[in-house]
Every structure is written in C-alpha cells, then in structure tokens.
Ligand binder design. Structure first.
Ligand SMILES: [Zn+2]
Ligand SMILES: [Zn+2]
Ligand SMILES: [Zn+2]
Length: 473
C-alpha cells in the first residue's frame, strides 16, 4: 500500500500525495477563495452542512474554471446526506489516509479539464451552459437529472446549475435548459411537473381550501343529512344534542338508525367562520411561502420538469466553450450567427475565384473583455455589445456581415475592397469604439485591436478564419 506516502502539513492545511497537493477546508479555518485554485483537489470537512453548502456555492458558482471544476471530497460528518451536495462532491473520505483511493478521480478530472478551452461568453446564460457542459465533461456525466430537494425554490434542483443561480432565480434554470435543448446540446425526457407562484416563481406553496366568498380558510364543514321518512334535509348539527351522541330528526323527532337505510349523507356543507357564508364548493388557494401571495390554484404557473442527456454536440461545446445563445445574437441587431458567417465566407472565396476580386475578413479583438464584462454585469454587457455593433454597422456596407466568435472577438466581412483600404477602415472603427467607450463608461478604458485579412484561394475558409483569430494569440 502507498498509504505512507500521504504527507500532511497541519499548519498549512495541505496534504501531499504522489506529487499532487490537496487543501483541507473547514469552518474553523479561514477560507481564502483565490488561493484554492492552485491546488489539485479540495478536501472539505463535512461536519457542518451549512458550511459545505456555502463553500460549494462559492466554488461551483465561481466563474474561474480552476475553481468550479475543482475535484472536491468531503470528509467526516454528514454533509453528503444532503442530496445536492452528494451530487456535487467527487467522493467521500473518512481520513486523509484515504486520499490514495480518490487519487485517480482527481487525476481524471484535472486531465479532462486540460482538454477544455475556456472562452468568455456573451451572456450569463451562455456562460452557465458552457460551465455546465465543462462540468459534465470532466465528470464523464451524460445525464442531468432533477433532484427532489426541499431546499430548492422549485422543489427540483439541478446539480451544478442550482449553485449558479440565486435561490429566488432558480426557476430560470428551466428556461436555460430549454435553450440547451433548442441548440441540440441536450435531449430532454419528461420527468414531472411543478407549480410555481405567479408572482415570484417559487414552488413553496401551501394548498388550502377556502371560503369562496371571502377567501378565509377559517371554515367548518358539516355533513348534510337527508332523513328518508320525513324528507327533512339539513346539516348534521340540526340532528345532534348536548346530552348523548344519538341523532334525532328535528322535524319528525325520530331517532336515526342506519345510514343508507333510513337516512343518507348526500353532501357536505361548509360554513365560513369569517363571513358566515354557507357553501358547498371550496376554492383552493396556494399560499406562497416565499412571497406570501395567495394564488388561486388555476392561475399557478405550471412547468414541466425534464431529465436531460448530453448530445455529441453538447460534448463538443464542452471542449470549445459556448459563446452565445441564439437569443443573445438576435438581441444584437445587425449580427448573424457564427455558422452563417462561416458559410458566407466559404461562398465569398468561391466568388472571388471567378471574379478575381479582393475580399477580406476582419477581426476586432476586445483584449480586456473579461475585466470589462465583470464590471458592467450581464445587462451592461449586452448594451455595450449593441453599441459596438451599431458603431461597426455604420462604418461598413450593408452587404457586409458581423458575427461574434466569442464575447471578445467580433468578425466582419469586407468584400470587394483592397486589403489596404479594409485595414484603414479597421483603424477608423477602432478609434470610433475607443471614443464611444470613453464617453459612455467613465472609469473603464477599452483595450482593443483589429486587423483585416485578405482572403486567398489556396486554403479553406475554415483555416483562414482560424488563422485570423489565432493571429491575436
Ligand atoms: Zn367567508
Ligand atoms: Zn325526520
Ligand atoms: Zn411567491
């Protein structure tokens, strides 16, 4: 056994094994998120479920792949009894001496992670999809199943995704997964249905029967008795007395004998203690325990819950990242999808083969995009990209196309002009964009470069687009 190779540094909270270093975190130790990324794996003390939840949210919800893809093992305690935590740890340990047993898992996750390419996505949705695909890829997971979870605002929790959304926004995960399905990254299979509050989309609902006049739940219900011999019909309270538990008819005074023989209970009468209304049909209300709205049940938002399976395309996305959803691009008027752009460039090469013309593909690279987006947030990012596209649009011909390769790389076509002129236009565009940012965003300055690449007839459109993009690296 290789057990003697585990070297523990109690002071630093690190464990070394076979050239790899794990860090131990517990509620008694100061948690420095930034320093966690450099370790090969994390061992978390599982005694406090609250602490583990907090840390898992910080790690799996982080935007740094060195954190959100980190192998995590829980040790001691009961944290893995939490259904969501159980899904998001990579193994359980009962002592540091067991680290050799999870070593292969750590190695495999980190090796698969190195195959992934990380890009900046245009929107929050695209970014979370990209992260999810990467997480599933590194864990060799093909299925994403909804977990019944009392702590979830939607009652079903999707591992990994749940920690990328604030609790009150969890319902948005259904829409996010639908984007992934529409894009062919996953397939969906019906699982169950949930009902959500019309106001806050929580499913923490308390269903009650209430008065159909004043909505009060403070009601009494009585059986209605039909006495066959005299045909009297009235609530059971008309038949009871204070002395014994016998039932006597108030009309004919006879004692009631057997249900079904001399009397029947044809229905129930409800009496509201709030407004004294007497009625036969309740309304059913669903009180939201999150925002307190009392929803009539027929108005609740019904959502289908699916389980998901990763497709081949989804795995490819994991490897190269997911930059934008079709909606992101749609919302930025004047742009086309990257696939469309690629097709257009392919045909342009065929066209200039005939016409011997000169056409260009142009890339505009926002060097400090990550820093920029982190500051302006996801809404600001959309507004910013719209402004940039508007500015570029105004500088090129309407027949030319604009696309996003990633949120930091914009590609343009400039057909039928000499490369020299195209490059001059690029310089003008860059100056305009710098000015735009200076006037609109006070303490942010944009690092931006760009170049026009003349299309040739020798290599494929695919290779030429790649050459252009790679010229910025
Ligand atoms: Zn009432
Ligand atoms: Zn009677
Ligand atoms: Zn609500």
């Amino acid at each position: 056994m290789a057990l003697e190779n585990v070297k523990i540094n109690a002071l630093k909270g690190t464990i070394k094994y076979s050239g790899r270093t794990y860090v131990y975190i517990s509620s008694n130790r100061k948690l420095k998120m930034e320093s966690l990324s450099k370790f090969d794996g994390i061992v978390i003390d599982g005694k406090s479920i609250e602490f583990v939840r907090m840390v898992m949210r910080k790690i799996r919800g982080n935007n740094n792949p060195d954190l959100y893809l980190k192998p995590i093992f829980s040790m001691n305690g009961n944290a893995h009894a939490d259904p969501l935590i159980a899904q998001l740890i990579d193994g359980k340990l009962s002592s540091f001496d067991q680290i050799p047993l999870v070593h292969d898992t750590t190695e495999s996750i980190n090796k698969l992670k190195n195959e992934l390419k990380f890009i900046n996505s245009i929107s929050f949705e695209a970014q979370v999809i990209s992260k999810l695909m990467g997480y599933m890829y590194t864990r060799s997971l093909k299925e994403l199943e909804p977990i019944p979870y009392a702590n979830s605002n939607t009652h079903y929790s999707f591992p990994f995704l749940a920690y990328n959304y604030e609790e009150q926004d969890e319902y948005q995960i259904f829409d996010l997964l639908q984007i992934a399905v529409d894009e062919g990254l996953m397939t969906a299979k019906y699982f169950d249905r949930v009902y959500l509050c019309t106001s806050c989309k929580s499913s923490h609902l308390s269903y009650r029967e209430a008065c159909n006049k004043c909505n009060s739940t403070n009601t009494n219900s009585f059986d209605i008795i039909h006495h066959f011999p005299c045909a009297y019909v009235g609530p059971i309270t008309d038949f009871t007395n204070d002395l014994d538990d016998k039932l006597n008819c108030p009309k004919c005074s006879k004692a009631l004998k057997h249900i079904g023989i001399d009397y029947d209970k044809p229905s129930v009468l409800h009496v509201c203690k709030n407004c004294n209304h007497r009625f036969q049909d309740f309304v059913v209300l669903a009180k939201c325990m999150s925002c307190r709205l009392d929803n009539p049940v027929e108005q609740l938002v019904s959502r289908e819950v699916y389980s998901y399976t990763l497709t081949k395309k989804g795995e490819d996305i994991a490897l190269r990242g997911y930059s934008s959803t079709p909606k992101d691009i749609e919302e930025i008027i004047g742009t086309v999808k990257f696939d469309t752009y690629r097709t257009v460039v392919k045909y342009e090469i065929e066209r200039i083969r005939q016409t011997e013309g000169s056409s260009n593909i142009v890339a505009i690279h926002i060097v400090n995009a990550g820093q920029f987006y982190a500051k302006v947030g996801s809404n600001g990012q959309q507004a910013f990209l719209r402004d940039i596209v508007g500015e570029i649009r105004a500088s090129i011909r309407s027949s030319d196309m604009i696309t996003f390769h990633s949120s930091e790389m914009i590609l343009i076509t400039m057909n039928d002009i000499p490369n020299k002129i195209a490059n001059r236009i690029v310089i003008d565009i860059l100056n305009l964009l710098r000015k735009l940012i200076d006037t609109n965003f006070k303490d942010l300055s944009l690092e931006i470069t760009g170049t026009a690449y003349q299309l040739n007839l020798e290599s494929s459109s695919e290779l030429q687009i790649n050459d252009l993009i790679n010229s910025f690296k």
